[in-house]
Ligand binder design. Structure first.
Ligand SMILES: [Zn+2]
Length: 142
């Protein structure tokens, strides 16, 4: 194909009616957990935007401090379970806000890393996955 016809083709492609992007209906399944470490409480919040555009933090409805977005799969421990909340605090301080972490498998592909169950495990975890930590300057000031 010579250059002019290629150009012509490209031009035509540009004029073609693009299919309308599908209207996304974000239901409650896209609610994210916002947890306040101070109140040891978490609330599910849903926003009318793409989940990736959800805010990292929101105002804690109880203490008006900072509640952190821990994503869709966070299961808050009981308020009385201070060991678990301590572990969460430790993880947050080290840049882990329950973001999904993938690691390369030895054979092939990726697997989803499970978050640590105990504070002791969390200590190894933050070292092992240091390269996956997110910036939490804003978070640790809470
Ligand atoms: Zn609070």
């Amino acid at each position: 194909m010579d250059k002019p016809s290629r150009m012509e083709l490209r031009r035509k492609t540009g004029f073609r009616d693009l299919p309308k992007p599908q209207e996304k209906v974000l239901g409650p399944e896209y609610a994210m957990s916002f947890a306040c470490l101070k109140c040891k409480a978490s609330n599910m919040r849903h926003f009318d935007k793409d989940p990736c555009d959800y805010p990292d933090t929101m105002e804690c409805p109880i203490c008006k401090g900072v509640a952190l977005n821990f994503g869709r799969h966070f299961k808050p421990p009981k308020k009385s379970d201070s060991a678990q909340w301590k572990k969460i605090e430790y993880l947050v301080e080290h840049g882990f806000v329950f973001q999904t972490i993938y690691e390369l498998r030895e054979d092939s592909g990726y697997y989803k890393v499970s978050y640590p169950i105990t504070l002791a495990e969390a200590k190894d975890f933050v070292i092992k996955y240091k390269h996956k930590a997110v910036k939490t300057a804003l978070i640790t000031s809470a």
